[in-house]
Design a protein around this ligand. Structure first.
Ligand code: WT7
Length: 672
């Protein structure tokens, strides 16, 4: 798998821009350079101290038990309740009147929920789950829109020690059924529907269909959100407002073992059966609380924090629910899509709630680039002081755009690398310490150990690329794949013995800072050079006309693989060929030369297709596998996880007949 140059993954793109922390932020920063030093000196002592951010009903005996590696136990002997840590203790500390959530529905309805109110509601819901016969250890499936009851449902489960499995509301009945069966949930919490794109979008019918073949599901608890018609199965279905509202608002939170399961989050990966990623209580809560406090520099008494992601993903679990609430922070939660009823909706919310910290995905940022900078310019974004990114490599140009047009050149941007499996942020700048480089997540956070290795598991030198690995266990790590210990070992711990293999390509630059280069399954091999899709995409996005790009390697008779790029132009640039400006062929030719100039002729795309949309998963990741199918003129593989399958039809229409022919009228990478 090693390229002709001897490298595991070529290091092509160079980025010279540097952004030191703003002095006022650095002066008052929660986390400082001393945190790196302390963690380097004694990693476990560092995490033991971080665990002090929580209230333990019984102190732990040992920080880490790694004797059954790769099965970890953190804070052994310790006992705590996650919901108590997110709620009751803040109320007891006199913060009951602090707002936990400013919630905004897509139609514009709003709810302001204080810590005291959230605590009472979670107690009622915990009592309701008990009334439905849910015992400690039982799994509860949650299939909900982005409404406050979703948070309440999760915390009520946590409160009684019943691990939740939240299934993203955009998933089908089939996907829901598979997950319910895999973790053997007997109770499902759902809603009649939620608002998406200006209209009610039903959820209950998918639950009805899913549980038809789940004989063990005995109760479906239904929140009324949209008021739409629902089918009702007497004896099984229960309205939330009938059952929960009637419960007492007091509930004694029992303390559970630190390793008690907190939740299961299914992640599909590239193939096959979804994996039920298991997170437990003490270690997970410690790391999400610490990272939320350190990476976002949150000041709980003044910041307004907003993770603009769905609770159905791990980002929502860790940085809408558990992290912010453990830290007693005020958050914004928004139900709907960014362009309903207009493309400035997010910025309107930032202005309205005076959001100071915003966390979102590169796919959203690139969409805003496509819509144009004049949209956010119509709103007062002066409350923002820090911006975060997660989910995919952020192209340097998107990073710079985010900092300039959303952050007014004032806000640091933290690019945070982590996974469903890691539970919490792992590689990221610290905003008061790090000199940021657009597109780099920089280095492991204090207490985290990561490296980039070659095929043999040997660390690569600075300036070289390879595979990202985690070299020491961490508190928020997955404990196993639900019901399949062997798959846990095989998937994460077998590629490089003793190391956790993340599945991502990465490089270390001359300073030893880490740049994420995309999933290793996506790496292209052109004339024996292993080229990362991320670097070519970033080169394309650095052209002023480009908003978004997806690059794949397609079989090529001469070079092994040829680089094929699918490109979306920016909203403020006119569509090619419609206004007397450059036509599609000219734009493509210009972009091909641009890539060659930016990173070298080896990476020059063989072919560039201008498209209107890219195929994405529901969490916003580009599905390069499908684009490879198109580029190689094959029938499409599995499209069930695609947000909008019509996207692929449109892309196919753009393809010149002959498929793999050279649309941009140029030779391939052999020019190199
Ligand atoms: C994969 C994990 C982490 C919560 C959301 C995604 C990619 C994530 C970054 C980043 C480059 C990133 C990786 C990773 N990824 N963050 N900052 N830079 N790549 O969780 O769905 O489990 O996906 O997302 O490929 O392995 P997930």
């Amino acid at each position: 798998m090693t390229g002709s140059g001897g490298e595991t993954l070529s290091n092509l793109l160079h980025e010279e821009r540097r952004f030191p922390p703003p002095p006022e932020l650095a002066d008052a920063a929660n986390a400082t350079a001393a945190d790196y030093a302390r963690a380097d000196a004694d990693r476990l002592a560092f995490w033991a101290e971080a665990a002090g951010r929580l209230e333990w009903a019984r102190p732990f005996d040992e920080v880490l038990d790694w004797s059954r590696a790769p099965f970890a136990r953190w804070f052994t002997g310790g006992r705590l309740n996650a919901a108590y840590n997110c709620l009751d203790r803040h109320v007891a500390a006199g913060l009951g009147e602090r707002v936990a959530f400013h919630w905004e529905g897509e139609p514009g309805d709003t709810r302001t929920i204080t810590y005291a109110e959230l605590t009472a509601e979670v107690c009622r819901a915990a009592n309701a789950l008990r009334a439905l016969g849910v015992r400690t250890g039982d799994r509860v499936a949650v299939y909900m829109p982005m409404i406050p009851e979703t948070v309440v449902a999760m915390l009520a489960c946590a409160r009684i020690g019943a691990p939740h499995t939240v299934v993203f509301g955009g998933f089908s009945a089939d996907a829901l059924r598979g997950r319910i069966l895999d973790c053997d949930a007997h109770v499902v919490i759902t809603a009649d529907g939620g608002y998406r794109r200006g209209k009610p979008s039903a959820l209950k019918p998918a639950v009805d269909e899913a549980v038809r073949e789940c004989p063990d599901v005995r109760s479906v608890l239904v929140v009324r959100r949209t008021g739409q018609e629902v089918d009702w199965t007497d004896g099984r279905d229960v309205w939330w407002h009938d059952l929960v509202d009637a419960q007492p608002a007091e509930h004694e939170a029992e303390a559970f073992d630190s390793e008690h399961p907190l939740y299961i989050m299914y992640t599909s990966g590239t193939t096959a059966r979804p994996k039920g990623i298991l997170h437990t209580t003490g270690g997970y809560l410690t790391q999400v609380a610490w990272s939320h406090w350190a990476v976002f520099d949150v000041k709980p008494d003044r910041d307004v924090f907003w993770t603009a992601a769905d609770i159905g993903w791990v980002t929502g679990h860790s940085y809408i629910v558990y992290g912010p609430l453990a830290n007693g922070v005020t958050s914004v939660m928004y139900e709907g899509t960014p362009d309903t009823p207009h493309q400035g909706r997010w910025w309107e919310l930032v202005e309205k709630y005076r959001v100071s910290i915003l966390y979102c995905a590169p796919t959203a940022i690139r969409t805003f680039m496509k819509w144009g900078a004049d949209v956010p310019a119509q709103f007062d974004l002066s409350s923002l002081r820090l911006l975060g990114s997660v989910g995919e490599p952020i192209n340097p140009e998107a990073w710079v755009w985010y900092r300039r047009y959303i952050g007014s050149e004032r806000c640091p941007v933290v690019d945070t690398w982590w996974q469903t499996e890691t539970g919490a942020q792992m590689i990221s700048p610290l905003p008061g310490v790090s000199v940021c480089k657009p597109g780099s997540a920089l280095r492991p956070l204090p207490g985290i150990a990561a490296d980039v290795v070659d095929d043999t598991g040997t660390p690569v030198p600075d300036g070289a690329g390879g595979y990202l690995v985690l070299t020491e266990p961490w508190p928020g790590m997955l404990r196993t794949i639900w019901g399949d210990e062997q798959r846990y070992v095989d998937t994460y711990w077998s590629r490089f013995p003793g190391l956790y293999f993340a599945g991502d390509g990465a490089k270390k630059d001359e300073d030893g800072d880490i740049w994420l280069l995309g999933r290793v399954d996506d790496v292209m091999n052109v004339s024996g050079h292993r080229i990362s899709t991320t670097e070519v995409e970033s080169a394309l996005v650095s052209h002023p006309r480009v908003a978004e790009a997806a690059v794949v390697g397609a079989a090529d008779p001469t070079t092994g693989q040829g680089v094929v790029a699918f490109v979306i132009l920016r909203g403020d640039g006119a569509a090619p060929g419609t206004d007397g400006s450059a036509g599609a062929d000219e734009v493509a030719a210009e972009l091909r030369s641009h890539v060659a100039r930016e990173i070298g002729p080896i990476a020059r795309p063989r072919q560039i297709l201008l498209v209107a949309e890219l195929p994405k998963t529901r969490s916003g990741k580009i599905m390069r596998r499908l684009l490879r199918d198109v580029a190689e003129n094959r029938a499409l593989g599995d499209v069930t996880t695609l947000t909008d399958s019509s996207v692929m039809d449109e892309i196919r229409e753009r393809l010149p007949s002959g498929g793999t022919g050279s649309a941009a009228g140029g030779a391939g990478a052999e020019e190199a």
